[in-house]
Write a new protein. Structure first.
Lengths: 263, 263
DNA sequence: GCGGTGGTTATTGTATACAAAACACGTCCG
DNA sequence: CGGACGTGTTTTGTATACAATAACCACCGC
């Protein structure tokens, strides 16, 4: 399975109660490259972290002011960050432009994984033709790390997720289709947030590692059909893992129509 | 072929040279529904129309100030409109956040159509299972209009494009996959802008009508595989029509690296 | 009681001023 | 002559004030 792509960047300054333009504590940034210099980027990361932290209930209403306070920047960059998160389907707007934490029904999740499977199988097929020898070696190395993370008595889920994300990113990168990458970015981020309290079974994690092994084999053999097939089963299993967590039938539904009062 | 989805909404107030907060001329709006009440929507439509109008060269740099003047609103809503257009791949940003009119190489176009084919074939397949009798009738009716538009001595390309867009939208709607619709919206808008001066050959238009006829037949027969196959050839032909217009090899390339000076 | 109606508050949308960054270009020093 | 460097200019980014809209709620007439 594949609960990939956890938060790509940790948040820098969260929770400073905005005291009129306080200069953000960025002494000693890595001198070569000013990381996260834009307030909208910081806001994006902070809001995302906030959503992932589990302090937020799916379907809950958020206001831009709230988020501005949480992130410590003004509403202008918050609005920009919110737009990005809307695109990634982590936030949704009601018909009257009020903002809610996205809530995913089982059907929504299935739809998402179906689309993701379609696109990422395509990516795997293309990657099988185009991966350089070095990239294949890199995949193998990443997957060794992934296996190390899950082989111990108690698996290191965070490290697993990082390695998993890196693995899939190499494939998408190698597919050489920038628009495909953009589309997938949008689909991949959403399910991560879902049920953050969920604990991954070690069996799931190890099966994922085996899938990745087989993908590497398919790539090494330069067999696009094989790669596509493995990726397909890999992602389909991911769907069932998620679906198991959320329940059998249509459980929760989209946020905006429902009122946030009873959340 | 399928050069669908022309500009969905005409612009309301374009070109008023922003004279410090002049109240927008919205006396006598349709009383039931305030259309385009948001400045950012007007800006979006205006910029889009501007791009489609052919007054703009692919690869050219744009500034937010410029666009604010063109649209008659301040930079804030312009920025929001620009974000939308970036998502639809009509505008791109350089690595230093400068804004350019997207420029599409032949390879870019092929990539785009490949992705679109993948997604829209899926939509057709699903639609074949889910279209109501009324929707199939609607498709037939739309396509009759489309044929009427192209059967005359000189075809009405605008009407053709409208009908074509409506046709594909019914299918996507019937596929019952909102995220799929969002993804496609993003892919479909981009190529429209390309080479707006292009004239469509009547043969192309008529072949398109025949494709649509066959799609309706596949839907009526409730044959998902047939629908998928027809949609596939329909879109692949569209690609070649576009590719023919832009030239054989890698002609133009992405904008941001190149300087706009020689444009 | 019930549905509408007014005012009140909460929330989003827009304009504007200013800050930060990127760019263009001329200068200086090697 | 060439490349680092500064400086003025352009362009994007952010904060803030205010406007417009939607939600809320209490009131009233029926």
């Amino acid at each position: 399975m594949c609960f990939c792509h956890l938060t790509p960047l940790a948040v820098g300054t969260a929770g400073t109660h905005k005291e009129t333009h306080e200069r953000s504590p960025f002494f000693l940034v890595p001198p070569d490259r000013q990381v996260m210099s834009r307030a909208s980027d910081r806001a994006y990361a902070a809001i995302r972290a906030h959503l992932l932290s589990g302090q937020v209930v799916a379907g809950e209403q958020l206001t831009e002011d709230q988020l501005a306070q949480i992130t410590g920047v003004s509403r202008t960059p918050v609005r920009e960050a919110v737009r990005r998160l809307e695109n990634e389907l982590l936030l949704v707007r009601s018909d009257t432009k009020r903002l809610f934490v996205a809530d995913w029904s089982r059907d929504d999740i299935e739809e998402l994984f179906t689309l993701r499977q379609m696109l990422e199988c395509h990516a795997a097929e293309r990657a099988a033709r185009r991966l350089s020898r070095e990239q294949i070696a890199a995949l193998d190395s990443i997957n060794r790390d992934l296996k190390a993370a899950v082989d111990g008595a108690l698996p290191d889920v965070g490290r697993f997720l990082d390695a998993n994300r890196a693995f899939h990113e190499v494939i998408i990168e190698a597919a050489g289709s920038p628009r495909l990458g953009q589309l997938l970015a949008r689909l991949v981020e959403a399910p991560v947030v879902l049920r953050t309290a969920r604990t991954y079974s070690q069996d799931d994690l190890r099966q994922s590692a085996r899938d990745h092994d087989e993908l590497v084999a398919a790539f090494a053999a330069r067999d696009p059909e094989w790669a596509r097939a493995v990726m397909g089963s890999h992602l389909r299993r991911a769907f069932h893992t998620f679906a198991r967590a959320v329940g059998p039938a249509g459980t929760t539904d989209q946020a905006p129509p429902s009122d946030a009062k009873d959340a």
